[in-house]
Design a protein around this ligand. Structure first.
Ligand code: MSP
Length: 649
């Protein structure tokens, strides 16, 4: 059994409705770090689940005309399906309605009451009679009930309270002695200055105004109130004070509680205090991540702008979505979701950078060596830079992963992907392929590329398990060559394997809406022009003539050729890598008879940018470059002095 353990939790989600992309982010992040730690040899335990009690759930169920338990059962099935779809490999899914959890909560409540940390008093608040709900002053909207808008009245009910202030000094000391307890750092200052220093209020931990909760067994009529039911899920799951298998000794204290910024207070103040009262060690870290926002602000069911991850997975695939949320959310800050950004991540990072690196490497290995890289190889000075980076990258990625900075971790992996693509352009395998005496050098180039891809595969396996599996299969990597240890040194790709080319990893996504827009606009303009100027529409023109609006449908852009190589499977074709403003494009063009690849690099050409992508002998061509021809002559149309991305009209 491994000695190093790693216990991570997500918040337990309210099953009041289906979960959205924000909850998906947290769970994907927890899954990614768990897989990464497992890869590094840790004995991991990953807990997620649902927080099923409380008045809100009781009301939603009532509105749906079902009992609360039946209501949450339905939602929980959906949540579990979502996690299966997202390829989440949790070890336990805890529900606060599990009898074992309820047992723990009752025992904790009783123990805290017996030792004097919980006492009975009166809860004072604003009561809405029709809704049967208590509200605090700050929850009221214009002095009225936030749910129904009706007037509220001051009322009090008998309730139990937890003496938070008793533990405030011990908590401050723990926070000071453990600088990594609250992460990111900015959240720590917020907790200390805004909540702990001004003085902690005692926490109301029971209610009598609703029944959907864990009963206080020694005082009928009271149910345990929200946080003291929810927070101990992290230990009830490990068998604390119940009859589940006892995993406390092995996994407690948790290494990380991953939570959203809105609930960091409960995890860094209430939860440690409950643990102190129970004389249990405190979690090593609470990490508060930012929120996924939409352009207009928050996602909300009532506004109807909730982003459904299942729809996105159907459309783009699970790893594309996993990559996108992890890459988009920078360390501890909010991120913005929009579909164009997701598509641009797919097209640029996944299809263009990673997908092309794999397809080019496989195609060339196939073409030059029938799929098996020869053992006779010849190194060169130029290899060192790539090898250096490949050897450094795992440690850098591991550091960022430890900090839960997934965005930077992926950025570092993609530096290696880009460096490998650049290495193809530098070494020009297609030139080496022409000389029989350069076979050993060519073999080394192909080996280095394949080896970099193997290292990339292992590094992305936590964030994108499915993609890593597909690459590993195509490179025919045996399991032993996909371990953490095996990527600490360059050169672990085994000899004699025969690669196997399959379909593209990430087919490019056409930006339908964007591509359609100009067409729609052009049509509208034609109609408008027809009305205003009485100019003919294209259907009314003499055959062969088009209107200016017809021409405007073709999007012409200035593009710079940044790399070019022969097509591995077709002598007539060249494969060009173009830069169009910030965007990278691959275009396959039938101009090999007229240009040597090296002559094209640096040229500024004109690209038909909204042409439907096609597959030419196994490689995607996304656009067409313009050329003038007459008889046997051909010349590419080039421009001077206009930077790439410029429009041609
Ligand atoms: N049940 C409590 C947690 C109890 S943990 C002991 C709860 N549930 S929740 O369903 O409302 O929220 C769960 C998590 O989802 C929170 O961490 C919250 O920050 C997160 N998110 C909700 N919307 C989010 C985004 N738009 N973006 C990222 N995370 C978001 O609170």
């Amino acid at each position: 059994m491994s000695e190093k353990t790693f216990y991570i939790t997500t918040p337990i989600y309210y099953p009041s409705g289906n979960l959205h992309i924000g909850h998906t982010y947290t769970t994907v992040a927890a899954d990614t770090i768990t897989r990464f730690k497992k890869l590094q040899g840790y004995d991991t335990y990953f807990l997620t689940g649902t927080d099923e009690h409380g008045q809100k759930i009781e009301k939603v169920a009532e509105a749906a005309g079902v009992a609360p338990q039946a209501y949450v059962d339905g939602i929980v099935t959906g949540i579990k399906n979502l996690w299966d779809t997202m390829n989440i490999s949790y070890d336990q899914f805890i529900r606060t309605t599990d009898p074992e959890h309820e047992k723990t909560i009752q025992r904790i409540f009783k123990q805290l009451y017996d030792q004097g940390d919980i006492y009975k008093s009166n809860y004072e608040g604003w009561y809405c009679t029709p809704c049967e709900s208590f509200w605090t002053e700050s929850q009221l909207v214009d002095g009225n009930c936030p749910d129904c808008g009706r007037p509220v009245e001051k009322a009090s009910e008998e309730a139990y309270f937890f003496k938070m202030s008793k533990y405030a000094d011990d908590l401050m000391k723990y926070i000071e002695d453990n600088p990594h307890f609250i992460q990111p750092e900015s959240r720590k200052n917020e907790m200390v200055n805004n909540f702990i220093k001004p003085g902690l209020q005692d926490l109301c931990v029971s209610r009598t105004s609703f029944t959907w909760g864990v009963p206080v067994d020694f005082d009928p009529g009271h149910v345990v109130y929200v946080w003291i039911d929810a927070l101990p899920n992290y230990i009830s799951a490990l068998g604390y004070l119940n009859d589940k298998p006892n995993l406390m000794e092995k996994y407690w204290p948790a290494d990380v509680h991953l939570v959203g910024k809105d609930i960091i207070r409960f995890h860094t103040i209430y939860w440690p205090i409950i643990l102190m009262a129970l004389k249990l060690p405190l979690p090593k870290q609470v990490y508060g991540h930012g929120w996924i926002l939409l352009k207009g602000g928050k996602m909300s069911k009532s506004v109807g702008n909730v982003v459904d991850p299942v729809v996105l997975v159907d459309k783009y695939g699970v790893d594309a979505l996993r990559y996108h949320v992890l890459r988009e959310m920078s360390y501890g800050s909010d991120g913005v979701y929009n579909e164009d950004l997701l598509v641009s991540h797919i097209n640029s990072d996944l299809a263009n950078d990673l997908g092309n690196l794999l397809s080019r490497t496989l195609a060339m290995t196939d073409k030059y060596f029938g799929g098996v890289i020869p053992k006779e190889r010849e190194t060169a000075e130029i290899d060192h830079d790539l090898i250096d980076l490949a050897e450094k990258t795992p440690a850098i990625v591991s550091d960022y992963m430890d900090k839960l900075d997934f965005s930077r971790a992926l950025e570092e992996i993609w530096k290696l992907v880009s460096r490998s693509n650049k290495y193809i352009d530098e070494t020009q395998p297609w030139v080496l392929g022409k000389s029989p005496e350069k076979q050993a050098r060519l073999a080394q180039v192909m080996y280095n590329l394949t080896e970099s891809l193997r290292i990339v595969t292992v590094l992305i396996s936590a964030a994108m398990p499915e993609t890593a599996r597909k690459i590993g299969e195509q490179l025919k990597c045996p399991e032993a060559s996909l371990t953490w240890d095996s990527i600490q040194k360059f050169g672990g790709y085994p000899e004699g394997l025969k690669i196997e080319r399959c379909e593209a990893l990430f087919p490019r996504i056409e930006l339908e809406k964007k591509a359609e827009q100009p067409v729609k606009d052009a049509k509208a303009k034609t109609e408008k022009a027809k009305k205003e100027n009485d100019s003919p529409s294209s259907e009314e023109l003499p055959e062969g003539l088009i209107t200016i609006d017809d021409f405007a449908k073709v999007q012409l852009r200035v593009a710079e050729v940044v790399a070019c190589e022969p097509h591995p499977d077709a002598d007539r074709l060249l494969v060009l890598q173009l830069l169009v403003g910030q965007e990278k494009r691959q275009v396959v063009s039938g101009i090999a008879k007229y240009y040597a690849p090296a002559d094209l690099v640096g040229k500024t050409v004109i690209l038909v940018a909204n042409l439907k992508p096609v597959n030419l002998r196994g490689l995607e061509s996304n656009g067409m470059i313009l050329a003038a021809t007459k008889g046997k002559k051909l010349s590419l149309v080039t421009v001077d002095g206009i930077p790439s991305g410029g429009k041609v009209s």
